[in-house]
Every structure is written in C-alpha cells, then in structure tokens.
Design a protein around this ligand. Structure first.
Ligand SMILES: [Fe+2]
Ligand SMILES: [Fe+2]
Length: 284
C-alpha cells in the first residue's frame, strides 16, 4: 500500500481579499473524495501573512476543514523573504512573523517517518537571514540526516533549490534558495539517499531528475502568472501534486481537482497591485 500525499502549494489565501479561495474549496472537495494519507502545503499559504496576519488565521481555518491530517511550511508571503545580494527583503523574516506562523501552523521545520521514507520539511525563508533560528534549523537537519539509516529522504521546502545545477545562479535569483544555503543543503542531501525534493513558489509545474533525486515543483493552486510578466520554465496551471510513496520509490503526478480554475493574477490587481515584468519576467 502506497502512502499518498497530496501536495498543495501557493494557496495565497485571504479573508479580506478572497480571490483564490474558490480553488481551496475545490481542493477541500477533492481531499474529501479521495482521502490521501496526508496533505502538505509547501508555502505561500497566505496572500500576505506579514502585513495581514488574519490571512494566515483564515488559511488555518480553511486547512482545518481538510478531511485528512495536514502539515505546512512557510513561504515568503507567509513570514517574509530571504535577503539576496543587492536585494534586501521588502518584508524580512522576523521573530514576530515566525511567532505568528508557529502559533497557527506549528513548527516551521519538521520530520516525519513513513514506511521506507523520512520526510524532512524546512523553512526556506530562514536561509541567509542570520537569525538564531537559521542555525537551529541547520542543527535540526544534521540530526535528521545523521540517523536516517536505510530510509529514503523526501525534502519539502517552499523554494526550488536550483534549475539545472546547484552551483548555477539563474535569474531571478529569488526564485531559488540563496546560494550559500543552497550549496550547504545540497551537500548534506547528497550524503544520504535523497530521492524527492518537493517545492512550490514559482507557480509553475516542473519535474526534473538530478541523479537519483526527482525535483518536483508544484504549481500554485491559486493563480498563474502569464508569460508577459513571468518567464516560463514549466507548465502554468492551477493544480496539486499527488505523491505515492512505497518501498520501491515514489510516483508524482499532477492532479486537477474538479472545479479548480486557472486564475490569472493580472485579472486580480486587488491581490498584489499591478505586477511589473522582471527578467522578461516577474514572479514568485
Ligand atoms: Fe506563491
Ligand atoms: Fe513564494
């Protein structure tokens, strides 16, 4: 029997600006009908949890309606963003934003063992912040990997690690983990049998194999960014990912819950205002 995890990501929930909530309702219906063993939300749970903590509180209310257990990790729109060279975060991660997250969704890094596998979930947003919690998270990761034994490892994290190779910096830099943390993390994951990296953030679906590890970027369930404002690296659709884990490996497939709509962010300027193109692209 496979252990089935429905990965949702980038739900961008807000009570005050509920543009994308209909897609959460579609997911709730899908989960009730299909009953996976676990739902994991890989971040950007809220539309703007830093400016409006009620977005996170409402997201918690909606997640509590899931028919099965769930876990979540934070994204940049939940607790603030990483600093990048030449680009300080407009909304930095702080002790206060971490406290709001933890009060509503529990700890921002965690591990969970299922038959044959160890799930390790990290708070991508801590990397490069210099906060004490960044060090604490590295220590957690060292401990989680030190006694992994014969278990395969699946990493859950908001931001993609890289596009083609850990050492390549690709614009826009903030689509990926910051370089220093990325190289440290990849070095640690290479030391164990890491076979899945499951992330979100880009609002595009990408599945790429790097050695024995498959990197699966979940699309957003909330909205897509059209090519005019975000360069395309994968499929742009609103959907979720079903991961089926067993003792042989994992199968990951794109799932379109009944009723889900491909909302286009440019049709909803009330969400984030007008989004300017960057890199030939915008994006999150
Ligand atoms: Fe997002
Ligand atoms: Fe994000």
């Amino acid at each position: 029997m496979a252990f089935r995890v429905l990965q949702i990501s980038d739900t961008h929930i807000s009570r005050e600006r509920p543009f994308f909530v209909p897609n959460v309702e579609a997911i709730l219906g899908h989960v009730a009908a299909t009953r996976p063993d676990l739902v994991v939300n890989t971040g950007d749970v809220a539309l703007d949890g830093v400016a409006r903590p009620d977005d996170l509180a409402f997201a918690r209310e909606l997640h509590d309606r899931l028919a099965v257990p769930y876990r979540a990790i934070p994204g940049n729109h939940d607790i603030g963003d990483n600093p990048y060279p030449g680009r300080a975060a407009k909304q930095p991660v702080t002790a206060a934003t971490l406290a709001v997250w933890r009060a509503l969704f529990g700890h921002d890094w965690w591990s969970l063992d299922i038959p044959g596998w160890r799930f390790v979930a990290l708070n991508a947003q801590l990397l490069g912040t210099g906060l004490e919690d960044e060090d604490l998270q590295w220590r957690f990761l060292e401990a989680a990997l030190a006694n992994v034994g014969d278990l395969r490892v699946a990493l859950w994290i908001h931001k993609p690690l890289f596009l083609d190779a850990p050492e390549h910096d690709i614009e826009p830099l903030y689509r990926y983990l910051p370089r220093e943390g990325r190289l440290r993390l990849c070095g640690m994951l290479d030391g164990v049998s890491t076979q899945l990296v499951a992330c979100g953030h880009s609002h595009q679906h990408v599945a790429r194999d790097h050695g024995v590890c498959r990197h699966v970027w979940a699309p957003s369930s909330a909205f897509i960014l059209p090519d005019a404002i975000q360069s395309r690296v994968g499929d742009k659709t609103c959907a979720a990912i079903l991961h089926e884990f067993d003792l042989q490996g994992v199968r990951s497939s794109l799932i379109r819950p009944d009723g889900i709509v491909d909302f286009d962010i440019t049709d909803h300027p009330g969400a984030y205002g007008r989004i300017a193109p960057i890199d030939g692209a915008a994006a999150r």
